[in-house]
Design a protein. Sequence first.
Length: 117
Amino acid sequence: QVQLAESGGRLVQAGGSLRLSCVVSGRPLGNYNMAWFRQAPGMERIYAAAIHWSGATTYYDDSVKGRFTISRDSAKNTLYLQMNNLKPEDTAVYYCTFTTGRAAGSWGQGTQVTVSS
């Protein structure tokens, strides 16, 4: 059974940076695409960034484009999200998931990112 464990979230001031990690256990990252989603209080979980299994192609929601970078390290079985120039509207719980394969839609517990103004 696949498990995803997000970490790296904390309270940070606007303009600051964070790097989130998502360690996958129970299966290798393999040839499966992955993504980061986020959920603000009282809102639906929405897409933030995605990456092709090869790592060659990345996709970003317009709200984070130019500020966030998604990457993956198959050797460490880990997905990353580098977040720069954070804004208060980035405050949310961040989740990673597979977007293809049997593990698609599996979620971890998430990691809380809070950006103060």
